[in-house]
Design a protein around this ligand. Structure first.
Ligand SMILES: [Zn+2]
Length: 510
């Protein structure tokens, strides 16, 4: 069956056939025993044309440079983030997306970083490198001098029961002793939820609530999803953390000067997701969402988290539009804000589009750093894995890409998964991301152009394939089915800790 756009499609294919022939041929030979789903379903010629545009003719890299260097760190609700929203609207219009608009929503509070300084006063003076954790408070102006007491983050219940009577007027210093829990992230979320108890016990501040990963780097973040703390919490460089650790271990009293000044609003702040579309040629009401998050942390430029996802999303749109290919279904490009405070932008999207969710097919999210896409996490929809695996085989020229049914819990894919859809996370091989994300080295220079263009192209191909295949890939599961899946995969505890369970009312803020 011919679709509108077929003629222009044929022209584009001819122009790019030479470029792609090698890759496709290799795929066919390497997978000789498999049938190529894309060849069977008729999408391959369009995918070839889009791949050609993506690898030769998009501006993802220069867009990332603009976002990183000209706008920089963009914490949701700040003027910098608002500038980024305006910038993204302009980019989408320039690329030629349709129905470009901002979808306003409100974050529960706003927060702006001020200064953070610390030093050990005794037993010997040492400067300490610290950074405030987001959505945490300030010391009195001029700072505090206080003794440090350790608190084992792996056993917070025990600490509260046995040691909290000793916390008045002290600074809590996080340590990790004994066997780590099976789910470390979950343990940290639970630790973050206890900040009101730390404050009630008289603690003045927390050092090391968010752990630094690299050589003399701090790591910002939040203490929990949608939570804030009146007492300040700071991340500390690993080397400085170890100085305090050794002193405490040898039984010495460690006294620290800490001066942290931040600003937190009493009420909600305005922000917006940025949306643009390529309307579907046959089923415009059916929607495939493609995106990443526009907001970032502010210790640096937010280039790898998630400037990359912004750039690949824009690059994917550009590749598809320049190919002239028209997808059967609508591809909706969405740049979310509020991701870093608890995936609030994507939750707001699902809530805003609640009536339309039955027509959503999938979401394709890129937010795992600067490395190449290696796995399509299908969010518990194991029935889709064989088809996606087969599609992924046609991408072999981009390196090995596979599919599994893992659920990504910590990016904008999750609200779509909770809405019953495959919230597809494009998992990337990004070993350096643990140093770059949320730190002072999240800069544009960390991103390799070849990898970025490749990832934008892969994102375009995944989105287009889902939007254009003759059969609809997926429809939303009922809530009970998603719930069962999450329980079976032992992901329910994390979702509960994030205050997103039960999830009949998606997008609700606690
Ligand atoms: Zn991110």
């Amino acid at each position: 069956m011919q679709k509108p756009g077929w003629k222009i499609r044929a022209v584009a294919i001819l122009a790019l056939a030479a470029f792609l022939a090698a890759g496709i041929g290799c795929t066919a030979r390497a997978q000789a025993t498999d049938s190529l789903a894309t060849a069977d379903d008729g999408t391959l010629p369009a995918l070839s044309a889009i791949a050609g545009q993506g690898m030769t003719n998009i501006h993802a890299y220069s867009e990332l440079e603009d976002l990183s260097d000209d706008i920089g760190g963009r914490v949701t609700g700040t003027p910098q983030c608002n500038t980024a929203i305006q910038w993204a609207l302009a980019q989408m219009k320039e690329i030629g997306l349709q129905n470009v608009h901002a979808e306003p929503w409100q974050l529960f509070r706003g927060w702006t970083r001020g200064s953070a300084e610390a030093s050990i006063i005794s037993p010997a003076p040492h400067p300490l490198l610290v950074s405030a954790v987001g959505w945490t408070g300030s010391t009195p102006v001029g700072g505090i001098d206080a003794d440090v007491v350790p608190i084992n983050v792996w056993q917070v219940d025990k600490e509260l029961a046995e040691n909290s009577s000793n916390w008045r007027g002290k600074i809590l210093f996080t340590v990790r002793k004994g066997p780590p829990p099976a789910d470390g992230t979950l343990a940290l979320i639970r630790f973050g939820a206890e900040f009101p108890k730390f404050r009630a016990a008289g603690a003045l501040a927390v050092i090391g609530a968010s752990r630094a990963q690299g050589m003399h780097l701090t790591h910002t973040g939040v203490i929990g999803m949608g939570t804030y703390s009146d007492i300040p919490a700071v991340s500390i460089a690993a080397e400085d953390e170890m100085i305090i650790d050794r002193l405490l271990d040898s039984g010495k009293t460690v006294r620290v000067h800490l001066d942290v000044q931040n600003k937190m609003t009493d009420g909600p702040v305005d922000t917006a997701n940025v949306v643009g579309e390529i309307p579907g040629a046959e089923h415009p009401e059916q929607v495939v969402v493609v995106g990443g998050h526009l907001d970032s942390w502010d210790l640096s430029e937010g280039a790898t988290d998630d400037g990359v996802g912004v750039a690949t999303t824009l690059g994917a749109a550009e590749a598809i539009l320049k190919s002239g290919m028209k997808p059967r279904r609508t591809i909706r490009f969405v740049l979310f804000t509020g991701e870093e405070q608890g995936i609030f932008g994507s939750r707001a999207y699902v809530k805003t589009h609640q009536d339309e969710m039955k027509n959503h097919v999938a979401a394709v999210i890129l937010d795992n750093g600067q490395g190449p896409v290696v796995t399509l996490n299908m969010a518990g929809h194991d029935d889709l894995v064989p088809a996606v695996q087969s599609f992924a085989a046609t991408l072999a020229a981009f390196g090995k890409i596979t599919a599994d049914d893992d659920v990504e819990l910590y990016d904008d894919a999750l609200p779509f998964t909770l809405a019953g859809l495959p919230g597809i996370n494009l998992d990337q091989d990004s070993p350096d991301y643990r140093y770059t994300h949320h730190s002072a080295v999240d800069t544009f220079d960390k991103v390799d152009r070849a990898v970025l263009d490749r990832d934008a192209t892969v994102q375009a191909l995944v989105a287009f394939w889902i939007a254009d295949r003759p059969e609809r890939l997926a429809s939303p599961w009922p809530a009970e089915k998603s719930e069962q899946m999450l329980i079976q995969k032992h992901d329910d505890a994390d979702v509960k800790a994030m205050n997103m369970w039960p999830f009949g009312d998606d997008g609700s803020q606690n």
